[in-house]
Design a protein around this ligand. Structure first.
Ligand SMILES: *Cc1c(COP(=O)(O)O)cnc(C)c1O
Length: 221
C-alpha cells in the first residue's frame, strides 16, 4: 500500500515542478522504510523529539523537513538536523533560529508560514505582516538563516473554490514579495497541498506537497 502510493504520487507529480514531502509524523519507522524502499527520500515530521529519534534509524541519504509548530526551546536540538524548517510562524522564532544557527556555525534554510485559511487555530503570518517584513528589509539582518519561500495551508473545507483561492493567495503573496524585493535570492519554494487538496495546490504553483494520510493511512494520536 505505502509503496504503491509513493510510486503513484511520484508518477503524478512528474513534470509538475512539485516534489513530494512524505509526512510521516506519528507513523513507525517501518512505515518510513517502506516508503524509502519505494524511492522516497524526503520526509516531513512535526515533533522535534520524534524526528530526532527517527533520524538515526533511517538511511543517511534521507532529507528531513520540520513542518510542525516549533517551540523556541526546541530550536537548538533541531539546528543542523533538517534540510528545511517549513513552519516559521513568528519573528521571535526566526530570530532564535538565526541565533542558534550562527552559534552552530551553519546556515539554516526556512520557509515562513503564511496564514490564509479560515480557521483561527492555524498559525502563521498574515500576508500583510509578511509584506511589511519584506518591505522593511528586516531579513537583511539575518546572519545564518536563508528564507527559501513560503508554506501555507488551505481552509479545511469541501469548497474547492475556497481552497483554490487560499492557494492562490499564498502564491500571490510570494509574487508580491519578489516584486518588493527583486534581489531576494533563492526565494523559490512554495510549500502547499496535503492529502485532500494537493492537485489544486500543484495547479496553483506549489513546489512542495506535504502528504501524510494518503500514503501512510490515518494517524494514531
Ligand atoms: C500533518 C500535516 C500534513 C499532512 O496532512 P495529511 O492530510 O495527512 O496529508 C501536511 N502539512 C502539515 C503542516 C501537517 O502538519
Amino acid at each position: 500500500m505505502i509503496a504503491q502510493e509513493i510510486r503513484s504520487l511520484h508518477e503524478q507529480l512528474r513534470g509538475s515542478g512539485a516534489r513530494l514531502v512524505a509526512v510521516s509524523k506519528f507513523h513507525p519507522v517501518e512505515a518510513l522504510r517502506e516508503a524509502y524502499d519505494a524511492g522516497q527520500r524526503l520526509f516531513g515530521e512535526s515533533r522535534v523529539q520524534e524526528l530526532l529519534e527517527k533520524i538515526p534509524q533511517m538511511p543517511a541519504d534521507v532529507s528531513w523537513h520540520f513542518i510542525g509548530h516549533l517551540q523556541t526551546n526546541k530550536v537548538r536540538p533541531l539546528i543542523g538536523r533538517v534540510a528545511l524548517i517549513e513552519s516559521v510562524d513568528s519573528l521571535r522564532l526566526l530570530d532564535i533560529i538565526d541565533r542558534e544557527s550562527l552559534r552552530a556555525g551553519i546556515t539554516t534554510r526556512i520557509l515562513m508560514q503564511l496564514h490564509v485559511a479560515a480557521e483561527q487555530t492555524k498559525t502563521g503570518f498574515t500576508p500583510a505582516e509578511l509584506l511589511d517584513y519584506f518591505r522593511s528589509r528586516r531579513f537583511e539582518s539575518l546572519k545564518a538563516t536563508h528564507i527559501c519561500g513560503l508554506m501555507g495551508m488551505a481552509t479545511n473545507t469541501d469548497d474547492t473554490a475556497r481552497i483554490r483561492a487560499d492557494f492562490h493567495a499564498i502564491r500571490a503573496t510570494r509574487d508580491e514579495i519578489l516584486t518588493l524585493c527583486p534581489d531576494l535570492r533563492g526565494f523559490d519554494t512554495i510549500s502547499m497541498g496535503m492529502s485532500g487538496d494537493w492537485p489544486i495546490a500543484v495547479e496553483e504553483g506549489s513546489t512542495l506537497v506535504r502528504i501524510g494520510t494518503r500514503i501512510f493511512g490515518r494517524r494514531q494520536y
